[in-house]
Ligand binder design. Structure first.
Ligand code: G6P
Length: 611
């Protein structure tokens, strides 16, 4: 999603802005731009469609000590140079903006009447004209921004500069993340600390309603009431190591292969000899778990599928669990039973729909809020009573892989903790818990074994290169795994893929089966295997081609119509975490054949901070 970088320094800041934008490229965007105030106090604006490299080419003669830059993900107005940020007014003020201004029509009408010319189709342009107008009324830049944000409805993270105040960078935030990075006689702003890795380790996260005036040697932050406030200064632990490809062709491939290490980190310190420990989840975890009688889980995208897998575990353990997509949850009425824990799941911790759902949930009488998240200090983490981190490490590929499997591992540990309460206090650790713990410990090695199937998966992927559709089937907890497999394939190969609970095949999708519709099935050796086998026969009988990931003990074999890849036998609870890995690899290798932009698929963003 859109990225912001800004800098005020005693040196030329153009390279800092370009480098920062490159570091935000992974978030997904369609155009980029920068505005720099030069030594003659002129505002130099450069914008281009596509990669930051395009912007870099046209910015090599830009110099200055103050500037803002932006990567845009189109919401209002198509990806085009005139819609790219920064937006300017009278060539005096420049603004970069993340978020959406809901009353932009109204403001546009008023500003047109005042004679402001509009050059873009964006909602952002009204912000810059409004600031310009307030400056024309005699306000300095800080007060012009203060006056403007009072007139905006919607969400914004803003970076603002004016050629009339060549040493002042203004930042403002409401609903979209924005932070200030401190340097040595230089200061920065960014929507994500990773943009500032080489220039700053110390940072402050702005809170909703905050406006900051930033110069080379001062930072003054004002809250929504205009009162000057101190915000906590944090030390970033991000390093460049996590943003290197380390020899892999794509971050997605690197991240698929990192899953062994990532899961080891997720488990680190959380398992006793034969039980899941609760203390490492945080001081309040025990109390919150004690209060929990049922669960409501809200998430988006891949995180929603991990919640959907976990629902099978929770309910199997006797804990009522309801799972819902955040964008649906936030626009309907709710009945909340006593003792319901509201849980959000998010890789980034910044997904706007999930965040809005959490804010709404806080007014509805849930017992507590718990977030399962990968990014420390993100918005969801700050807004939740308790966060249990997945420790996946930085995920850069837009298509989520290691974030998903580490979420599942975390959720299974939480399910075990809640199960104990369902069974009653003071019990010995029972066989089921011991088995799950043993299997969790062996999971990194088991994933390693699945990764060894890669050559076979490459052969399988060749059957998909010329296809336009694919169907994914699974049953039980492997139905959401099939959905995640279909999502991976469509995200990065652009092949239309959908998933069905295999038992539903006969209620519609069977009509689609022919030799051009590859059918991918997830077939672990569980109590639903025989039912699934019958569903696969229904496909074969209609001339469909099957690609099956099965347990060696499933008794499924390859033939002319069916390609079976075997996975080692595994405990039923762990199986979904393992079976998603070959689906990730399949999607990756099909996308390689299709030649798509795997790490930054068209139209998608890593972190969706707009509605
Ligand atoms: C975007 C990403 C997905 C992700 C979803 C939810 O759509 O491309 O990979 O699953 O957002 O993101 P979150 O950070 O909340 O897990």
């Amino acid at each position: 999603m859109c990225g912001i970088v800004g800098a005020v320094a005693n040196r030329d800041i153009t390279p800092v802005l370009i480098d920062g934008l490159k570091r935000l490229e992974y978030r997904g965007y369609d155009s980029a731009g920068l505005a720099v105030i030069g030594s003659a106090h002129e505002l130099d604006l450069r914008r281009s469609v596509g990669r930051v490299a395009n912007l870099e080419k046209i910015s090599n003669n830009v110099n200055g000590h103050l500037g803002v830059a932006h990567t845009r993900w189109a919401t209002h107005g198509k990806p085009a140079e005139n819609n790219a940020h920064p937006h300017t007014s009278s060539h005096q003020v420049a603004v970069v903006h993340n978020g959406i201004i809901e009353n932009h029509h109204e403001l546009r009408t008023q500003q047109k009447a005042l004679g402001f010319p509009f050059r873009s189709e964006t909602d952002t342009e009204v912000i810059v004209h409004q600031i310009d107008w307030h400056m024309q009324q005699g306000h300095d830049l800080l007060n012009a921004v203060k006056a403007t944000v009072c007139e905006l409805h919607g969400a914004y993270g803003l970076g603002v500069v004016s050629k009339h105040e060549p040493g002042v960078l203004i930042a403002a935030r409401s609903g979209s993340p924005l932070l200030i990075g401190f340097g040595d006689n230089e200061n920065f702003i960014a929507s994500d600390m990773s943009a500032l890795i080489p220039v700053s380790q110390k940072y402050t996260v702005l809170e909703d309603g905050d406006i900051a005036k930033i110069t080379v040697n001062s930072v003054n932050i004002f809250d929504a009431q205009g009162k000057e406030v101190e915000r906590k200064v944090n030390i970033s632990t991000l390093s460049d190591d996590e943003t290197e490809l380390e020899g892999y062709a794509h971050f997605m491939k690197k991240e698929i292969h990192e899953q062994t290490r990532a899961i080891t980190e997720t488990l680190e310190g959380r398992l006793g000899s034969d039980s899941v420990l609760e203390l490492p989840f945080g001081d309040s975890a025990r109390e919150i778990f004690d209060r929990t009688k049922e669960l409501k889980i809200i998430a988006c995208g891949t995180s929603y599928y991990s919640a959907s897998v976990a629902r099978y575990w929770f309910e199997e353990f006797g804990i009522k669990c309801d799972v819902e997509i955040a964008s649906e949850y936030r626009y309907r009425k709710h009945v909340v039973n006593d003792g319901t824990l509201f849980m959000t799941i998010s890789q980034s911790g910044e997904t706007l729909d999930t965040m809005a759902a959490l804010e709404m949930a806080k007014t509805l009488g849930y017992s507590n809020t718990l977030c399962v998240c990968n990014v420390p200090e993100s918005s969801l983490v700050r807004a939740s009573d308790l966060t249990i981190f997945t420790h996946a490490g930085r995920e850069i590929g837009v298509a989520s892989t290691k974030a998903f499997t580490t979420q599942l591992v975390t959720l299974l540990m939480i399910a075990i903790c809640l199960r104990r309460r369902m069974l009653g206090d003071g019990r010995e650790v029972d066989t089921l818990e011991k088995d799950v713990v043993k299997e969790l410990r062996s999971l990194p090695q088991q994933i390693e074994n699945v990764l060894d199937l890669e050559e076979d998966i490459i052969s399988m992927s060749k059957h998909f290169g010329n296809k336009e559709n694919a169907l994914f089937l699974g049953r039980g907890a492997h139905f959401p795994i099939a959905m995640e497999g279909a999502l991976k394939l469509k995200e990065i190969s652009y092949i239309h893929a959908e998933a069905y609970a295999a038992g539903e095949l006969k209620h519609g999708p069977l009509a689609l089966i022919d030799e051009d519709m590859p059918v991918v099935a997830v077939a672990p050796n569980d109590e639903l295997l025989e039912k699934l086998k019958s569903n696969l026969e229904e496909v074969r009988a209609r001339g469909g081609k099957l690609f099956v990931f099965a347990d060696v003990e499933s008794g499924l074999e390859s033939d002319a119509e069916t390609m079976v890849l075997n996975v080692a036998p595994v405990n039923n609870y762990i199986a979904p975490i393992l079976y998603v890995v070959p689906l990730q690899l399949l999607a990756y290798h099909v996308a390689l054949i299709k030649g798509t932009d795997i790490d930054k698929p068209r139209n998608l963003a890593k972190s969706v901070t707009v509605e």
